[in-house]
Design a protein. Structure first.
Length: 253
């Protein structure tokens, strides 16, 4: 218990610190963006100088995106949740997702007609989906297939998690995740990547916690990884619900 709250406090302090640095850093970068942009457009300068100014602007834009991510993590936008059809939201979001992970990757997306509804903020759901898909793509540096599936499921076996859920599955055929990484991967700032922020799964976890959902991982070094997120369904609609074939490991009675 004590260890837990100490860890919580440490994480909160780190978040504060990161947010402060990110904020100042982003403001500082506007100077690079502003003057870099002006220099890049000055036709009295030699071509290679303008090219270098353009590179400064590009780097400053990347830095701004990173700072924005850190700020978002430390101070998440808390728009009110709404009753959503995740299928419609996901379908609409697919083109954005494709563009975000790049043309080396194929996305196979399937959803049934009848899914049921979930009480969640739209931006939180798309953020979660994006983070999982980006991780899936990064596990396959040569490119490959990211499979995304939505399905209605019914969980049985654990009294805390009985009932109807919408399952989101994101599967890759990448490197897999070893046991030690699985133990720590949801910790803020934990990363095994040279350019990682370690915030992706921490954000995913927080979103899942907030809606009272569950997250489970199945991974092997030979086959790749599947992340499963279970969102609690709202309403009493009964159509199209199937039993989830494999009980998530920690739910077994
Ligand atoms: P980041 O992607 O910036 O490293 P994340 O929080 O998104 O941070 O992920 C933490 C770590 O979890 C990654 O560095 C990686 O080691 C591991 N990981 C997450 N998803 C996958 C995946 N689909 N395949 C392999 N490793 C993964
Ligand atoms: Mg990530």
């Amino acid at each position: 218990q004590d260890e837990r709250s100490a860890a919580h406090e440490k994480a909160a302090a780190l978040e504060q610190l990161a947010a402060g640095v990110a904020h100042d850093f982003r403001n500082l970068l506007t100077v690079f963006l502003g003057y870099g942009g002006l220099l890049a457009r000055r036709d009295d300068l030699p071509h290679d100088a303008r090219k270098q100014a353009k590179d400064i602007v590009t780097a400053a834009e990347q830095g701004t995106a990173l700072a924005k991510g850190l700020l978002e993590f430390a101070h998440p936008q808390t728009a009110p949740p709404a009753v959503l059809d995740l299928g419609a939201v996901a379908a609409e979001f697919m083109p954005v997702l494709k563009a975000a992970i790049g043309s080396k990757y194929k996305i196979q997306y399937t959803q049934p007609d009848e899914l049921g509804q979930v009480f969640i903020e739209k931006g939180q759901f798309t953020r979660l989906l994006l983070n999982l898909a980006v991780n899936a793509s990064e596990a396959m540096p040569e490119g490959g297939l990211v499979t995304i599936r939505l399905a209605p499921v019914k969980l049985t076996g654990n009294p805390s998690y009985l009932g109807r859920f919408v399952l989101l599955e994101v599967t890759d055929t990448g490197t897999g995740i070893d046991a030690e990484t699985q133990r720590r991967m949801f910790d803020p700032y934990f990363t095994t990547k040279s350019k990682g922020t370690g915030l992706g799964l921490a954000i995913v976890r927080r979103i899942v916690d907030r809606v009272g959902g569950l997250i489970r991982v199945e991974s092997s070094e030979s086959k790749g990884t599947t992340f499963r997120v279970f969102f609690p369904r709202v309403g009493a609609s009964t159509g199209g619900t199937a039993l989830f074939p494999i009980l998530p490991p920690q739910l077994g009675a």
